[in-house]
Write a protein that binds this ligand. Structure first.
Ligand code: ATP
Ligand code: MG
Length: 439
């Protein structure tokens, strides 16, 4: 009796201990307790779940029965012989689930006639069946799909911006998979960053400023919100344009700079500035554009030529800039084809895509449209309470849900002031350009 009481008293204590373990050291809790339970439950429930989610196929199997009458009595099959062909539901073969930082992942062999799309369509049903936050489907090769489950939304809280170590590479946030969200201009030179107001676009630009400020890089701002976003970072900006006229002049400079670098590379028989000897290599330039749509909006016909000129210059920078160390990061609330063909052509050059919460489906389609339709659905489902959450495509050709690290304006401003001494002046950068020589 006293033993029973002792056990009963120990139960709540064990419960509290488990809760504390899970709360304070989730990685070890997950690895030693959570994951094994989840793996057993996924394996044992797979037949039922696959059947419920429509992922099974009927297959003919030989059925052997020693007591034919027994089966006949159930009324399911009428047995006349000892061996007979019956149709059974077969589930896709499942390997052992493996633990990941925020859940588990498992490889499946698809059944004949199935595509990864069938699993993507069933992803929500699978997530509900297993009681997990989300299931993401990917296909490592023909006939294989990988289901990656996240137990809770890993993007509710993300940690602090880590310092950047590599040139032109900034870890700006965290992916849903738990991996880092990296903006690496050397791999993906131009980025399109779309989102409704207050969705986190400027926060991402702040993260880039903090990451790039200590690096030997020239930062240039085109802030068509009249300069309200980037003016406070001016100490670290080599040039800042705050209206369309200034943006036009700055883009002309950038095109001239690009042509100059082209000549330099040609003389040295290099294909890009990275193949030049370090002594000759010019500084990379990162151009941050805020409120992109303002470059294309036309109040009356008289602005048509000016817009065509600026948009062509921006497009030339996007087309040729990569080899000559000029990189674009364009932010905008609306990036629709109604802004003109210039935007559509620019989009084609920007392989890095970030789509925050958007108001209109067209911006999501324009930003992510040529990816998976599931990416579009995911972008439109981003709630307003989680600014900084975005759908990201870039480095590896896949899309991810991700969230940027929170970087306040004060922090970016502090970084801009601290590293102001690293700012090359625009005159210095453009000094040897023909227009400047004549000026
Ligand atoms: N990753 C994040 N984590 C937490 N809060 C964030 C994050 N990103 C943005 N925020 C918050 O959301 C608010 C809006 O962000 P931000 O200014 O970047 O939006 P925006 O898209 O640039 O809006 P606008 O179009 O009006 O300029 C900010 O005040 C910031 O505090
Ligand atoms: Mg903003």
């Amino acid at each position: 009796m006293s033993d029973l009481l002792a056990w009963l008293a120990a139960l709540p204590l064990a419960g509290v201990g488990l809760w504390a373990w899970r709360r304070w050291h989730h990685p070890s809790y997950w690895l030693l307790l959570g994951y094994p339970i989840a793996a057993i439950s996924v394996r044992t429930s797979w037949r039922r779940v696959a059947l419920g989610c429509g992922l099974t196929k009927k297959r003919q199997r030989w059925w052997f029965t020693t007591v034919p009458g027994l089966i006949a009595s159930t009324g399911i099959v009428k047995v006349k012989r000892r061996f007979q062909r019956v149709a059974v539901d077969t589930k896709p073969f499942m390997w052992l689930p493996l633990p990941t930082r925020h859940g588990w992942r498992v490889t499946l062999h698809t059944l004949e006639g199935q595509t990864p799309g069938d699993y993507t369509d069933a992803a929500e049903r699978l997530a509900h069946s297993w009681g997990v936050h989300a299931i993401r489907v990917s296909s490592p090769g023909p006939g294989r799909v990988v289901l990656a489950a996240t137990m809770r939304d890993p993007l509710v809280t993300v940690d602090q911006l880590p310092p950047s170590t590599d040139l032109l590479k900034v870890t700006v946030g965290r992916l849903e998979t738990g991996g880092p969200w990296v903006v690496d201009f050397k791999t993906v030179p131009h980025w399109l960053n779309a989102g409704a107001t207050q969705s986190g676009k400027s926060n991402l630009a702040n993260a880039l400023i903090v990451g790039l400020a200590p690096q030997p890089v020239a930062l240039v701002g085109i802030d068509l919100k009249g300069g309200v976003e980037f003016t406070s970072y001016a100490p670290r900006l080599s040039a800042l344009a705050t209206c369309r006229d200034e943006a036009g002049l700055l883009l002309d400079d950038l095109v001239a700079l690009m042509l100059d670098r082209m000549g330099l590379c040609r003389q040295a028989s290099a294909r890009n500035i990275w193949q030049l000897p370090p002594a000759l290599r010019p500084l990379p330039v990162v151009v941050l554009v805020d409120e992109l749509a303002e470059l294309y909006l036309m109040a009356d016909k008289s602005e048509k030529d000016e817009i065509a000129k600026t948009s062509t210059a921006l497009l030339r920078v996007a087309q040729l800039g990569r080899a000559f160390g000029i990189y674009l990061f364009c932010c905008g609330q609306r990036i629709g084809s109604d802004l003109g063909p210039g935007v559509t052509a620019l989009r084609a050059q920007c392989s890095g895509r970030v789509c925050h919460r958007v108001n209109d489906p067209e911006t999501a389609t324009m930003t992510l449209g040529d990816l998976d339709p599931a990416a579009l659905a995911s972008a439109r489902a981003i709630p307003a309470e989680t600014p900084g959450v975005a759908i990201v495509a870039g480095q590896d050709g896949h899309w991810y849900r991700a969230r940027s690290f929170y970087v306040s304006e004060q922090r970016a401003e502090h970084a801009a002031h601290t590293h102001a001494h690293l700012t090359p002046s625009w005159e210095e950068i453009t000094a040897h350009l023909p227009e400047h020589a004549n000026a």
